[in-house]
Ligand binder design. Structure first.
Ligand code: SF4
Length: 312
């Protein structure tokens, strides 16, 4: 029998599904939306060219279809998901690029139809810490009086030398300063970290997760690096191929990372979606179920749980 307290199935880590069912009392799903934002790492405000792993569609994950307006994107996403879960409600997920990179008035026009939408239980907003001015933080915190707001922060690594190689455009110290301010709000903070960045060791990847776990965010998303077409990393890889993590090494690493994350922290992702048209490597990332099953099996075989090596 599973003795992990944040699970009602065979998972030995704290899934978002477990957390949201407990919190809302029913199934929720995310609908990815593309509000047409750009990113300060692309337009020259912070840097040009974007992060080394991100291409012109904004890091390769699924995003809404920009030929539709936001409500049409949402309705289409809901219709697809409701085939599987007819009674579930949605989290409107502003996913593409940097979703607080606009003046406050513009952000209000984008978010307000969704915060009052009857099928929406929460907003999820993906952004960067350098696009969260105080007026925006206060506005988003105010929205939490109406519905939950999940704020997703792309960090990838705590290591500044990696951030430089990525062209991320801010330091880890800057991240922590903003994160501490955000902790004073009711926003549910989710930090994205990346495994498999080719200039990092697995020890560094573990350190990233340990340090973020100590900050006690609401949740963590762990992604495997996707080497995508039309990125700087892909160009470098063509000249001198990088060695990327294989599936078994990735499973070992993630199991070890989970053991160092406090059990109260929800795990929203352990692999990441991929873009079928742009993915160069690793091809094993397409076998998402095998990766997740491999993590479950490894944790069961070792009889380990999220947080059991976490003494902070
Ligand atoms: S990963 Fe995010 S911050 Fe980096 S270039 Fe892409 S959209 Fe911008």
């Amino acid at each position: 029998m599973n003795k992990f307290p944040f699970s009602n199935d065979n998972k030995r880590y704290h899934t978002f599904n477990y957390e949201t069912r407990k919190h809302y009392g029913f199934k929720v799903f995310k609908v990815g939306l593309n509000a047409g934002f750009t990113c300060p790492n692309r337009d020259g405000k912070v840097a040009f060219g974007g992060c080394s792993f991100c291409n012109e569609i904004g890091s390769g994950d699924f995003q809404g279809n920009t030929s539709l307006n936001l409500l049409e994107q949402f309705d289409r996403g809901v219709a697809i998901q409701r085939k599987k879960w007819p009674d579930a409600k949605a989290i409107a997920y502003f996913q593409a690029f940097t979703n607080t990179y606009a003046p406050l008035n513009q952000l209000k026009q984008i978010y307000e139809p969704f915060i009052h939408h009857p099928d929406v239980v929460a907003l999820a907003i993906a952004t960067r810490i350098d696009c969260l001015d105080e007026d925006i933080i206060q506005y988003l915190d105010g929205l939490t009086q109406i519905k939950d707001v999940y704020l997703e922060l792309g960090l990838q690594s705590i290591h500044d030398e990696s951030a430089k190689h990525m062209n991320r455009g801010y330091t880890y110290a800057q991240f922590e300063t903003v994160f501490k301010r955000l902790k004073q709000t009711n926003l549910k903070l989710i930090v994205h970290v990346m495994n498999g960045y080719p200039t990092e060791t697995t020890e560094q990847m573990l350190e990233t997760v340990q340090r973020i776990g100590q900050l006690k965010p609401y949740g963590i998303k762990i992604h495997m690096l996707n080497l995508l077409e039309n990125t700087r990393l892909a160009m470098e890889h063509q000249i001198k191929p990088y060695t990327l993590l294989d599936m078994e090494s990735y499973i070992d690493l993630v199991v070890n990372q989970l053991r160092h994350i406090p059990a109260e922290v929800a795990i929203l992702r352990l692999t990441g979606d991929y873009s079928p048209t742009d993915l160069i490597e690793p091809q094993w990332i397409k076998q998402k179920i095998n990766v997740l099953n491999g993590i479950d099996k490894r944790m069961a075989a070792l009889d380990v749980y999220q947080g059991d090596l976490c003494f902070a």
